[in-house]
Design a binder for this molecule. Structure first.
Ligand code: CDP
Ligand code: CDP
Length: 220
């Protein structure tokens, strides 16, 4: 029997990773955060002083890196960098790394490899359109930019980061624009994905909606 694949795509701060983790626990399946892998390469470029706009150099870094995702944590060359990849400096550069065709090719191959090991829920920008176009369940999670910015602001503030709401909203909008207008697998709702506008939905409401959709389909 084929593995169960649930694809969750959508713009920054829509709640994809929070919701995917909860669904993975409830259904007892693996979770893969595909965005964390682009963040890991971006982090390494910053650490090594690589100019993100120099595609050749970024590709070299990607080719020579071991990126893994285990137990909901991201590993780069064997080291857990789950905290480091959430830094604002990584967030503001990651979309320029993610638009490089060869980087996408390398990471998509790795994502397919990791997710094919068992039933899985994946979140990102191109899960339903490119990584697993035949996934049985596809959801496109959205929310207004204002609300997504507010959520990210609250999250960073609670971690003690010095953040400015307007800057965060601007950064989110900038990232959405690069992600949805890039040439290779842009952020777009797959035709057969179910859209969930979570602007005024709680985390649990979204999780229940997804679980209901999957379970009611199984019974059919
Ligand atoms: O959590 P947040 O929505 O802020 O971002 P993320 O999921 O960690 O993804 C970071 C960035 O990686 C996105 O803004 C995209 O540029 C890129 N990405 C991508 O191109 N394709 C994916 N499947 C996942 C992320
Ligand atoms: O992965 P993505 O960037 O799409 O979003 P996230 O990191 O899962 O969620 C961003 C923040 O919004 C987190 O702090 C979530 O707890 C919060 N959130 C929320 O308050 N209400 C929702 N319906 C979804 C997420």
């Amino acid at each position: 029997m084929e593995n169960l694949i649930i694809a969750i795509d959508g713009p920054a701060g829509a709640g994809k990773s929070t919701i995917s983790k909860l669904v993975s626990k409830r259904l007892d399946i693996n979770y893969l955060d595909t965005g964390a892998m682009y963040r890991a390469i971006t982090y390494k470029c910053i650490e090594e002083g690589i100019n993100i706009n120099n595609e050749e150099e970024v590709i070299k870094i990607c080719e020579s890196s071991d990126v893994d995702f285990r137990n909901n944590q991201i590993y780069l060359d064997g080291k857990n960098i789950d905290i480091e990849i959430r830094r604002q400096e990584v967030s503001s550069n990651v979309s320029n790394v993610a638009k490089i065709k060869k980087v996408r090719k390398l990471l998509v191959a790795r994502q397919r490899e990791i997710a094919s090991e068992s039933d899985a829920i994946l979140d990102g920008r191109d899960v339903g359109t490119c990584i697993f176009p035949d996934a049985r369940y596809k959801f496109f999670l959205s929310a207004s930019a204002q609300e997504r910015g507010r959520r990210r602001y609250e999250e960073l503030k609670s971690k003690g980061e010095d953040v400015d709401l307007d800057n965060i909203i601007e950064d989110i909008k900038k990232r959405d624009k690069i992600d949805s207008t890039r040439e290779v697998s842009p952020l777009i709702k797959a035709e057969d994905a179910i859209e969930i506008d979570s602007t005024s939905m709680s985390i649990n409401e979204v999780v229940d909606y997804i679980i209901d959709a999957v379970e009611s389909d199984k019974i059919r």
